[in-house]
Design a protein around this ligand. Structure first.
Ligand code: PAF
Length: 285
């Protein structure tokens, strides 16, 4: 595994790999890698013959009061895990190499990023789209892999690739869960044992919505209230949002006629967690 720290080294290596006909698979991450990331790296191997993983905690996607400083980091562990997953190149740049002084060009997605996390984290998707566009230029991937836990991010990236004509295929990987159902997230490391227990309310709320929808419930208001009711049983949980939106446009919907994304963000103690599921209209009995 080669390790690069500067964008210039990374881009040079990527251009050389392309010249000799290699197909580059890319997994962008913010590090503190877990089983979810490992599954994305494995997926990248299926679509390419050299995998690049980036580790970069991107400051522009964090708001001024958010957890940039608390974001967990463990470079030695990440390096070990990338070796185990046969990563070809590990790219770990410094913030000052990614953002030059007086950086003033950003990528803004203007529709899909308005609601859900975009509403509660102003500027977040501008930071994500900008860094992913920059990383695509550095890594020159043929294919890039993103997790479905970040459902809105995945859609914003697909839209950016479409609208700005990036020659990159986007592949998504399913959410990987702990045995009890909690979605894997680097932020889970910040939970106390009691918070970890109560964090299960996210998955339980989604389970409740899935059960009701499978039983024929189509009103998104009813489903949303049922999800909120589940979360109310966890005193350490504070809802940021619980929303049911069209799976493609991410616009709010009142009934499940087409696939609907049920997405939620919940603070458990100080840690903000997200999760989602897609609800389909129940087949008539
Ligand atoms: O999903 C993430 O970890 C980040 O948002 C990403 C895509 C690596 C951009 O910083």
């Amino acid at each position: 595994m080669r390790i690069f720290h500067t964008p210039a080294e990374m881009q040079q290596a990527a251009l050389t790999l392309r010249r000799v006909g290699r197909r580059i698979g890319f997994v962008p991450t913010m590090g503190f890698l877990h089983e979810g990331h490992r599954s994305l790296i494995r997926l990248a191997h299926q679509h390419s013959n050299v995998v690049v993983v980036s580790l970069f905690v991107n400051p522009t996607q964090f708001g001024p009061t958010e957890d940039l400083d608390r974001y967990p980091r463990d470079l030695a562990h990440d390096e070990k895990l990338c070796r185990l997953e046969k990563t070809g190149i590990l790219f770990c740049p410094k913030a000052e190499d990614i953002y030059q002084p007086r950086h003033s060009v950003y990528v803004t997605e203007e529709s899909l990023s308005r609601g859900l996390c975009g509403a509660s984290r102003p500027g977040h998707f501008r930071g994500v789209a900008t860094v992913v566009a920059k990383l695509f230029n550095m890594v020159q991937p043929h294919v890039a892999v993103f997790g479905e836990k970040d459902a809105q991010q995945l859609r914003v990236i697909r839209r950016m690739v479409r609208d700005l004509n990036f020659p990159v295929e986007i592949v998504s990987g399913p959410t990987v869960r702990e045995p009890d159902g909690l979605a894997m997230s680097s932020r889970n490391a910040n939970l106390s044992p009691e918070e970890r227990r109560q964090a299960l309310c996210l998955r339980r709320a989604l389970d409740r919505a899935e059960t009701l929808a499978a039983g024929g419930e189509r009103s998104t208001e009813t489903l949303r209230n049922a999800m909120l009711e589940v979360i109310r049983h966890s005193p350490l949980a504070r809802v940021d949002y619980v929303d049911l939106v069209d799976e493609e446009t991410l616009e709010p919907v009142s009934r499940i006629e087409k696939p609907v994304l049920a997405a939620l963000a919940v603070f458990v103690g100080p840690t903000r967690l997200i999760d989602n599921t897609v609800l389909k209209p129940a087949e008539p009995a």
